[in-house]
Design a protein around this ligand. Structure first.
Ligand code: SF4
Ligand code: SF4
Length: 268
């Protein structure tokens, strides 16, 4: 089995950049200079399932806070590929994520579709699978992964990791009272458009937030380049601990809005 390339979520460079993006997203600055980030059709992230065998504290897909067995139908991946070809979108990178994507019951059907797309239509696209690399079931699947798939992992070994406090909603903090949430964050540009079981979003994290809040704001088709997705940014960035600057933590942190939302989700 290939050892995955190491992916680091938290770096000093990113924390410095987060501080800048927080300042840049203040309303009195954004009203002069416009939004800092714009949705991009260069890279895509696909959350194929919310199943996960780790359930980390502060998971930014809520896999621990509100576990779910949701799987994206393989037909949705086929539709994504079909639309990409029809619209002549040449992805530079497609990341397959979750949850833990190796736990999707049709993982190899999805991999086959993406490799076929790469070999027939887009030889330069990088196909990356992000895995937690934890446990024998995950390793069994990874052993069979074709060479065309690049493996990336934060190489987790427990539920406790250094993460940004995803469940501290900026809207619950005093220091964000002048923030313009339509500015988004660097994840929009670094990671690209998100395809999730609820549709397309400016980032895959937003689809995971929508699963809990139930706004059903995912686009059902690949957004046009003219679609700024401002409605999604306005709705989801105010709830997301990746917005602006928040110090990473290993402890469970949840602000009031998230505590209420998880309570309502579990009561459904
Ligand atoms: S491994 Fe990833 S998806 Fe799974 S619970 Fe941890 S952070 Fe969430
Ligand atoms: S939802 Fe979170 S990760 Fe996505 S753009 Fe907004 S702040 Fe960034």
């Amino acid at each position: 089995m290939k050892t995955p390339l190491r992916h680091r979520n938290i770096t000093l460079k990113r924390l410095v950049y987060d501080t800048y993006q927080f300042l840049r997203a203040q309303s009195f600055i954004s009203c002069h200079f416009g939004r800092q980030y714009h949705p991009s059709l260069t890279c895509a992230e696909i959350d194929i399932t919310y199943k996960c065998n780790l359930k980390c504290i502060n998971c930014n897909r809520s896999c621990a806070q509100s576990p779910s067995d949701i799987e994206m139908p393989v037909a949705d991946i086929a539709a994504f590929i079909r639309e990409s070809i029809e619209r002549k979108i040449e992805w530079k990178r497609i990341r397959i994520l979750g949850g833990e994507p190796t736990l999707h019951s049709g993982i190899f059907d999805i991999i086959d579709l993406l490799i076929e797309y790469q070999s027939r239509y887009n030889p330069s696209v990088r196909l990356v699978l992000g895995t937690n690399f934890f446990g024998s079931r995950v390793h069994q699947v990874l052993k069979k992964m074709p060479d065309a798939i690049i493996l990336k992992s934060t190489l987790k070994s427990s539920r406790v990791n250094l993460f940004k406090p995803f469940n501290v909603a900026p809207v619950d903090t005093v220091y964000n009272r002048f923030s313009d949430y339509t500015c988004g964050c660097r994840i929009i540009e670094e990671c690209g458009i998100g395809l999730t079981p609820s549709g397309y979003y400016m980032c895959a994290i937003a689809g995971g937030i929508d699963r809990i809040f139930g706004y059903d704001m995912g686009r059902k088709q690949l957004p046009d380049e003219s679609d700024a997705l401002s409605d999604q940014m306005s709705a989801f960035c105010r709830l997301c601990g990746h917005f602006g600057v928040q110090w990473p933590t290993r402890k469970t942190k949840k602000s009031k809005t998230w505590r209420l939302a998880y309570g309502q989700y579990q009561g459904k």
